[in-house]
Design a protein around this ligand. Structure first.
Ligand code: MLT
Length: 258
C-alpha cells in the first residue's frame, strides 16, 4: 500500500497518480480546487517516490497499481475516477486492466500507450545507473528544459523552482526502480478497445516528452474518450496551466454526476 498520501475533501473520489521523477505534490492545484468543488481527492506517492521509502530494485507499473488498489481498500473506497500523468498513465492503464470494476472514469494526461523498444529499455537502464551514481543534480536543468514549455521557462519562475525542487528531492533508489519498472512495462495500445469508462485525455500543446500525437493515438483507441489540448503547456501541463487544466477536469468530472 502507498504509505504517504493526501486525502482531501469528501464526495465522489478522484485518485491522482503522479509522473516521474515527481511526487504527489505535483497535484496540489488540482486537489485544492476539486476538493473545494465537492470531490474527495486522494493523491499517493507512488512506490519509492516522494516520501514513500520502498527500496526495491524494480518497481513495476503493476506493483504501483496494486498499491493504489490496496490504498483504496484501506480508505474503504470502492470506485474512483483515476487521473494519471505520464508514468501515472502507465499505472492507470494497469489499474483499469487489473481492476476494471473499480474505475468510474479515467483522466490520462501526457501519456502514451506504446511499450518500450530495445533502445528505450537500454536508455532507461543507463539513466537508472546514472541516477544511482550521481543523483539528479547534474541533469536537473536539462530535465526542466524538456519538461516545461518555453513560456513556463520564461515567465513562471515559481513553477520552475517547484519542479526543480521536486526532481532534486527524488530518491535515486526509487527513481532507478521506477525507471526499471517503466522499462518492463507492457504495451497498453492493445488494452484501449477494452476501456469503456468515460475518459478524458489531456495533452500539453508544447509537450516535447509526450507529443499531442501520442494523446491522439489513445483517443482513437478509446471509444468513450474526449481529447483536450492545453495551450502554452509542456509535459507538466497541470502545474504550468492549472486554471485550464482544472477547467477541463472539473467539466469532465461534473458530467459523471449527471
Ligand atoms: C513521466 O513524466 O512520468 C515520464 O516522462 C514518464 C516516462 O519516462 O515515460
Amino acid at each position: 500500500m502507498a504509505s504517504t498520501f493526501d486525502d482531501i475533501g469528501s464526495g465522489c473520489v478522484v485518485v491522482f497518480l503522479h509522473g516521474f521523477p515527481f511526487n504527489r505534490s505535483m497535484w496540489r492545484e488540482q486537489t485544492d480546487f476539486l476538493s473545494a468543488q465537492g470531490y474527495r481527492c486522494v493523491a499517493p506517492d507512488l512506490r519509492g517516490l516522494g516520501e514513500d521509502k520502498s527500496t526495491n530494485d524494480v518497481n513495476t507499473m503493476e506493483d504501483m497499481a496494486r498499491d493504489v488498489a490496496a490504498l483504496m481498500d484501506e480508505l474503504t473506497i470502492d470506485k474512483a475516477a483515476i487521473c494519471g500523468l505520464s508514468m501515472g498513465c502507465y499505472v492507470a492503464f494497469e489499474f483499469v486492466h487489473l481492476f476494471p470494476t473499480r474505475v468510474r472514469a479515467l483522466v490520462l494526461a501526457g501519456g502514451r500507450c506504446e511499450g518500450p523498444d530495445k533502445a528505450e529499455r537500454q536508455a532507461r537502464e543507463q539513466q537508472a545507473k546514472r541516477v544511482l551514481e550521481q543523483g539528479f543534480t547534474p541533469s536537473v536543468e536539462s530535465i526542466l528544459q524538456s519538461l516545461l514549455s518555453p513560456r513556463t521557462l520564461a515567465n513562471k519562475a515559481d513553477v520552475v523552482a517547484r519542479v526543480r525542487a521536486m526532481v532534486k528531492s527524488t530518491d535515486p533508489l526509487g527513481a532507478a526502480a521506477a525507471q526499471r519498472g517503466m522499462a518492463a512495462r507492457r504495451n497498453y495500445c492493445g488494452d484501449l478497445a477494452q476501456i469503456s469508462v468515460p475518459t478524458l485525455i489531456v495533452a500539453g500543446r508544447d509537450d516535447g516528452v509526450r507529443k499531442p500525437i501520442d494523446a491522439e493515438t489513445i483517443h482513437r483507441g478509446i471509444k468513450s474518450s474526449q481529447l483536450e489540448i492545453i495551450n502554452h503547456a509542456g509535459h507538466l501541463m497541470n502545474m504550468e496551466q492549472p486554471e485550464a487544466f482544472n477547467r477541463v477536469m472539473s467539466q469532465f468530472v461534473e458530467q459523471l454526476n449527471q
